[in-house]
Design a binder for this molecule. Sequence first.
Ligand SMILES: [Zn+2]
Length: 389
Amino acid sequence: MTSYGEAENFDFWKLALRIHELSEVGSKEFESSNIIMGILQSHGFKVTRGFMGIPTAFKAEKAIGSGRPRIAFLAEYDALPGIGHACGHNLIASSAVFSAIKSAEKVTNGTIMVVGTPDEEGSGEWAGSKVIMAEGGAFKDVDLVLGSHPGDGWNVGSQSLAVQDVEITFKGVAAHEAASPNNGRSALDAAILTYNAVNMMRQHVRRDANFVMHGIIKEGGTASNVTPERAVLTYGIRTSDLDYHKELMARFMKIVQGCAIATETTYTVKKIGPLFSTTKINRSLSEKVRESLLARGVQCPTLDETFSLQPHGSTDFANVSQVVPALEVGFQIADEGTPWHSRESLEAARTKRAKEALSIVIDALSDVAAEFTEDKSFRENVERDFRSK
Ligand SMILES: [Zn+2]
């Protein structure tokens, strides 16, 4: 049996602080995942390192009684480059690990799993690992997925925006800009035209679809007396409607094509990372988790109250929610309006307030997991909600 380091005497808070301190960035979370695997192994979970061929991913499971149903908690443990755990993924890791350990104590029949899902922030080679897992069939045999995410408020599910990042490279023809500009074809012109055309498109999109398109010109030439022969743009294209996302991508590609024709340049398109989906909400599951939070004194808004707020984020958890009933509960560790991915959220991820919220999440999620294994009608409701559009 492989043994992993540093498993001794870790409780949920010590783990959260240790991962915060390690601050390993996406796809390089070797020590963080190692500690987590060690803890789970010491609690009788069977651990597989490198799940789905992703080096810092893992799967841990513990079968109890009949081994059915199967419930997976998703752990994230990647930090943001340059700043650290300013998205609080150290808390997500601890929540998954200790919700699973607690669930295994409460359940009489079922399999409790923890899946380690690296690089949610998309900084490394295995960016958006949950997409790779969801598409690769990692959740085929799973009946329920539970996750959590810290933030500036509580919620039992919120909308997320589908997003695709793309990089466009235009290729022109270099020439002396004073002596023979007639021979030159400017890749920078193509990039600027694209940038402006995208801005014109903004007026002619659906207002209900939460369209967001953010872009930069990464490269635009090397010297003012040389026609720029290479220009590079990157864009993120987001909307809360997955079908509409396809349409927007097609319109964007028409813009790029048109601008290349107009400037007599050529172009290549590269997708950066996988498409993050929109989140599929499971109402029965959300309501059950909310009940459990309310019973613990948390003033958690209803699903409809959360839905009345404008969605702004994107997550690879959404892709999991498309293939298996899933819920990511949002828990409050900072005052409403606190900016995320900031110095404030970095500090918030290791405060007493975070510790208290995390402890509530662990209790609530393990209760819901236990109920899922025992209550057949709850299970059927969750499955029915999942099948309905
Ligand atoms: Zn995050």
